[in-house]
Design a protein around this ligand. Structure first.
Ligand SMILES: Cc1ncc(COP(=O)(O)O)c(C=O)c1O
Length: 391
């Protein structure tokens, strides 16, 4: 078949290769999928949803989501001091969908969006497909460098450049770096958003999966002026297969986001399932199980890296699913990721997470999907691959 048979969109050309194309038959330390042995059994909730709510769950649902789920999510986030009503809550097909809808509502091709460097790789694909101009700001141990962001914004203003409309960040247990943003930085970021007029997309899938340390208030909980859209999901705390997430923001934002849905709205059956799972306390029980399990996975990965890849500088995440490692300068993350596959383990090259310039020597790991023993074996294989390419 000829290369030029179809006239694909620019968007399709940009996303020619999926970050989800995986090698087969290898140990997967690259995906943030749920750990299969602890996937929740929701068969009772499924039966009661199908039997008790037939007319609701087999019908088109409202674009904003089921009113009861919107109320349930408003109550859930109030546990983190996010004060909102059902009218602020939009139900989506997961967090990624919410980010995409926010881009549709706020941006034209060429508009600027601020992200951390590195950032969540799938969001980068989304931003590229919207033809956005990505402004990359580094992080340190306290999260996004708001001082550098402020300088950048002031320079843009002084040069009469158009200012960014949006900022995307993952303040709790960031994907990929695992960093949690300090309270002071959160407050500074909020001030900057008011001063320079950009909306913050606070993507927060991992907040409840904390292994140690104190929780820090969500940016949304401090948002007096409607500058923040908080994005959440059940993917990491219950089950990613449900495809249920949400966006919380000013009604004039989330209603516009709902109208950008091109799929007729999220599935009422899985929405009802989630309502039932929250009401029966299954969600909260499951969060405890996930947290306990992920802590042992994290520990296994940290220990194995110290044993088999001591050259890598690793930041120990206090929660979440991901771990970020820096290789010695000159060792290529791309080359190691490729060599790793032939040793039977898949990891992510850091390049996928960098919006603009890739320093070249980073790796992204997820410890969520395989058991601690397999994590250890995977890192052992990675150590072999490393010695092969680093000499
Ligand atoms: C930061 C971040 N946002 C969103 C998602 C995906 O969420 P969902 O499955 O709800 O689309 C992930 C999953 O890895 C993530 O790390």
């Amino acid at each position: 078949m000829g290369m030029n048979r179809y006239r694909f969109s620019r968007r399709a050309e940009v996303l020619g290769k999926s970050v989800y194309d995986h090698a087969s038959g290898v140990i997967m330390l690259s995906v943030g999928s749920a750990y299969p042995p602890i996937l929740p059994d929701l068969s009772r909730e499924a039966a009661s949803s199908a039997q008790g709510y037939l007319a609701e769950v087999m019908q088109y649902g409202p674009l904003m989501g089921l009113p009861e789920l919107r109320e349930t999510i408003a109550a859930y986030v109030s546990e983190d001091s996010v004060e909102c009503n059902a009218e602020n809550v939009l139900i989506t097909n997961g967090a990624k969908h919410a980010t995409d809808l926010a881009c549709r509502v706020f941006t034209e091709a060429g508009d600027k969006i601020i992200v951390t460097a590195p950032t969540y790789m799938t969001t980068l694909q989304c931003l590229r497909s919207h033809n956005l101009d990505i402004v990359a700001i580094p992080q340190d141990d306290d999260g996004l460098r708001t001082d550098l962001l402020e300088q950048r914004l002031e320079t843009m203003r002084a040069n009469a450049e158009t200012l960014p409309k949006l900022l995307f960040d993952v303040p709790d247990f960031h994907n990929p770096t695992g960093i949690t943003m300090s309270l002071e930085r959160r407050k500074h970021l909020l001030r900057l958003s008011e001063q320079f007029g950009f909306v913050i997309l606070e993507d927060d899938p991992y907040r409840r999966i904390r292994f140690e340390g104190e929780a820090i208030a969500p940016i949304k909980s401090m948002d007096q002026n409607g500058m923040v859209v908080a994005i959440g999901t059940v993917s990491k705390i219950l089950a990613p297969g449900l495809r249920i997430g949400w966006a919380i923001g000013a009604p004039e934002i989330v209603r516009r986001m709902a109208l950008q849905k091109s799929d007729g709205g999220s599935c009422p059956f899985t929405q009802r399932l989630v309502i039932e799972a929250i009401r029966s306390n299954k969600l909260h029980e499951h969060i405890e199980i996930v947290t306990k399990t992920m802590r042992t996975h994290r520990d296994a990965m940290i220990d194995a890296l110290a044993e088999f890849l001591p050259d890598a500088k690793v930041r120990r995440p206090q929660g979440g699913y991901f771990l970020w490692a820096e290789l010695p300068k000159g060792v290529s993350g791309d080359a190691l990721a490729a060599e790793a596959v032939s040793h039977g383990v898949e990891i992510g090259s850091g390049r996928l997470c960098f919006p603009v310039e890739d320093p070249g020597n980073f790796l992204r790991f997820s410890y969520s999907y395989v058991d601690p023993e397999t994590i250890r074996e995977g890192i052992r294989r990675l150590g072999d691959a490393y010695r092969k390419i680093a000499g």
